[in-house]
Design a protein around this ligand. Structure first.
Ligand code: FVH
Length: 291
């Protein structure tokens, strides 16, 4: 079904979002502070609004993707009176506290607010394999879900508006930890010869599937706050981490990352949890004083 949607912001991401709406057949209005970024979208059928007010007036669903939340308030603040009755979906990256403040303003001005997080880069927009996280107004998500599905798989995190940003930052943390582990691995296996990154990555990708299984084992343990070391204990992990530190040092590869793991595991063991699973470390990351 073709619906009317407006996209505010035509940076790399806003342009991809508008392109995905157009590709799905939605009547798409676009606006950007700096003119000249809409030409390619207009060729594909978008309508370029002369200003943000006209863009907002064009559609009941307004998707915002600007540099920061401050930018969002700068653009939407003067239009507050025009927003009543509309749904604003804010896909700008920010903190959970900024999401709560944006929702508070929405309540004050009578518009529905969904906070969102885009779990891909612009080339992935429009591909249902990638997630778009949403939290906030359940009514807004129920009504606009079919339209938003043009962007990627909509994942409903529920009415607590802070959750999309919170998950986003947590998931980015997971991505950076994993990619740093990958960089360490490539450096380690690459020191004896050139061109080993691709070979290592093929094996690493299979290993990622095993890591999925491990996380699936430890998540219920963390929820229950009980960490039986049925698969591998912290004592066993510590010995293996020692090999990584040694292999890194022997090859002149920075050992800061394994030393970080080692420190956490040693704290767990020193506190009497050497027989527990890796999941126990959640307690030590959660808050040092409470572990
Ligand atoms: N690009 C990505 O891969 C990531 C994926 C995850 C989510 N992020 C977030 O999306 C927001 C926008 O990112 P972007 O990549 O589109 O960023 P830019 O290409 O730099 O475009 C920024 C847009 O914001 C407009 N803008 C900046 N300041 C103002 C202002 N004071 N008033 C009005 N608009 C403003 C800018 O307009 P202009 O400079 O062209 O006039 C662009 O439209 C961001 O939160 C990412 O973290 C993307």
């Amino acid at each position: 079904m073709s619906t009317k949607v407006t996209v505010l912001g035509l940076g790399a991401m806003g342009t991809a979002l508008a392109g995905a709406f157009l590709a799905a057949g939605h009547r798409t209005t676009v606006w950007n502070r700096t003119p000249g970024k809409a030409a390619a979208l207009v060729e594909k059928g978008a309508v370029e609004a002369p200003d943000a007010a006209a863009a907002v007036a064009a559609s009941p669903l307004v998707v915002v993707c600007l540099a920061t939340y401050d930018t969002v308030h700068q653009v939407l603040g003067p239009l507050a009176g025009d927003l009543a009755g509309r749904t604003i979906v804010n896909l700008t990256s920010g903190s959970p506290e900024q999401a709560a403040e944006a929702a508070r303003r929405a309540g004050e001005h009578g518009f529905r607010y969904l906070d969102g997080a885009i779990m891909t880069t612009p080339p992935g927009v429009g591909d249902p394999d990638f997630m778009f996280l949403y939290s906030g107004s359940p009514e807004a998500l129920a009504e606009h879900r079919p339209t938003l599905a043009a962007l990627g798989d909509p994942v409903d995190l529920g009415p607590d508006v802070t959750l999309a940003s919170l998950y986003d930052t947590a998931l980015l943390g997971l991505m950076w930890s994993t990619l740093t582990g990958w960089a360490h691995g490539v450096a380690l296996v690459g020191t004896d010869g050139e061109g080993r990154a691709a070979a290592f990555t093929a094996v690493a990708n299979r290993w990622m599937r095993a890591i999925e299984v491990f996380m699936g084992t430890y998540a219920p343990q963390a929820d229950a706050r009980s960490y039986p070391g049925d698969d591998a204990t912290l004592d066993v992990h510590l010995a293996a981490i020692g090999h990584l530190v040694h292999a890194s040092e022997a090859r002149g590869v920075a050992s800061g990352l394994p030393e970080l793991f080692k420190g956490l595991v040693e704290r767990g063991i020193a506190a009497g949890h050497g027989g527990d699973s890796w999941g126990r470390l959640v307690e030590f990351v959660r808050a040092e004083g409470r572990a």
